[in-house]
Design a protein around this ligand. Structure first.
Ligand code: FES
Length: 94
């Protein structure tokens, strides 16, 4: 069985302030219009959103390209898709 390839939801991570213990749902299909969060657009894709519950209140850089190996955190994989825009965090930052 082949793995389903998500769409590219963006070309850089989005910085979001998340609260300790408050679960959010990260878009894994790349179709959401409310990146990096799920808006239900995954219906019929075979992909499901990923729950993320922070253990600290802070700013997290959530992946939008959907190629990270550290879901939902950016691991710099978007850099392989093309040039990163100015202001993008360094590879592997969270
Ligand atoms: S936005 Fe996907 S790895 Fe950085």
């Amino acid at each position: 069985m082949s793995q389903i390839e998500p769409e590219i939801g963006g070309d850089a991570p989005i910085a979001v302030d998340l609260e300790d213990g408050k679960t959010v749902w990260w878009c894994a299909c790349g179709r959401s219009k409310t990146q990096p969060f799920c808006d239900g657009s995954h219906a019929g894709t075979g992909l499901e959103p990923v729950a993320f519950t922070p253990t600290r209140s802070k700013t997290y850089f959530l992946c939008t390209c959907k190629r990270t190996q550290r879901m939902p955190l950016c691991d710099g994989s978007h850099n392989a898709l093309g040039a990163a825009p100015a202001g993008a965090p360094p590879s592997g930052s969270d």
